[in-house]
Design a protein around this ligand. Structure first.
Ligand SMILES: [Zn+2]
Ligand SMILES: [Zn+2]
Length: 299
């Protein structure tokens, strides 16, 4: 059976998911990304193939969105008649000019709960590493340069994986199997804090790295300073919302005398101290998009 899947199916952990599903059902064949879709060749029991197609829709990864599935017999259309003995992920196939209007690009996704746990676990090798991500979370849209999505077609190509990350990337049982944005403190990007040095023609110089940068930024925020944070999709300016002088300075610099600013909070409990939160709003705040949500102020 030859299967084509269209929709939001690249850079969302779809190939690892297909791999897991096929192996689970004892099916052989392969899966690959093309510029326009995901292609799957299945060989095995008819019942297992039927189950595969049902679960393909039902159990798809959280960030995926399947728009269309089409099937044809594996032997038709000059598909390989070769017998496969296992299921594999094939290298992606680039098809020039085929992607326009067909293949949507997955949006960036906020930190998932598994990664958050690792982030805060002192025993984990990504403890407090700001660029932590996995197949279910992290940047997509912002880092993808072209389709089909593979690491060499994202900005992450500048950060070759270290041996440990490479092992995770190649292990079908790992949360970071084929996770294109995977990184760690050894091989991934680092945080740098730049200070504004007046009178320096060459611009700002890096002052601190990683944890030092974070701690210094926190201290500066406490002192009422304004920090520009370069995030995935651009910069945002931050200051201590409880410091009226800092907020006034930010309003002045941004020329925003009245318009509300977005507030950042550590968790839902903290938000509830300030605002009313309905169940629907709580779901939005904690979902994979983590958008800015307009809430009613507590009275
Ligand atoms: Zn994650
Ligand atoms: Zn690494």
């Amino acid at each position: 059976m030859f299967v084509r899947v269209q929709g939001l199916v690249q850079a969302v952990g779809f190939r690892p998911f297909v791999y897991g599903l096929a192996t689970d059902l004892g099916l052989c064949g392969w899966v690959r990304n093309t510029s326009a879709e995901v292609e799957i060749l299945l060989q095995g029991q008819n019942g297992a193939i039927k189950d595969f197609l049902a679960r393909l829709k039902q159990d798809a990864p959280a960030l995926a969105r399947i728009d269309a599935i089409s099937t044809e017999p594996g032997s038709s259309a000059k598909r390989q008649t070769e017998r496969y003995r296992e299921f594999t992920i094939l290298p992606s196939e680039e098809q020039k000019g085929k992607r326009q209007g067909v293949q949507p690009i997955a949006p960036d996704a906020a930190l998932c709960s598994d990664c958050e746990q690792e982030l805060l676990d002192p025993a984990d090798r990504r403890y407090l590493y700001p660029f932590i991500s996995c197949t279910n979370c992290g940047p997509r849209f912002t880092i993808i340069q072209d389709l089909p999505v593979d690491r060499q077609r994202t900005v992450m190509q500048a950060f070759p994986l270290c041996p440990t990350c490479q092992t995770e990337y190649e292990n079908p049982l790992d949360r970071r199997f084929h996770a294109q944005a995977s990184a760690c403190p050894v091989c991934g990007p680092h945080l740098t804090l730049y200070g504004r040095k007046t009178g320096q023609a060459r611009g700002p110089a890096p002052t601190d790295l990683d944890l030092d940068a974070l701690l210094t930024a926190r201290r500066l925020l406490h002192e009422g300073k304004i920090i520009a944070i370069k995030g995935l999709g651009g910069f945002h300016l931050a200051c201590d919302a409880e410091n009226p002088t800092a907020v006034a300075e930010l309003r002045h610099r941004k020329n925003r005398p009245d318009k509300p600013f977005a507030l950042m909070a550590a968790d839902l409990e903290q938000i509830k101290n300030i605002c009313q939160v309905s169940d629907a709003e709580a779901a939005l705040l904690q979902g994979s998009e983590k958008p800015i949500v307009l809430l009613k102020k507590n009275t």
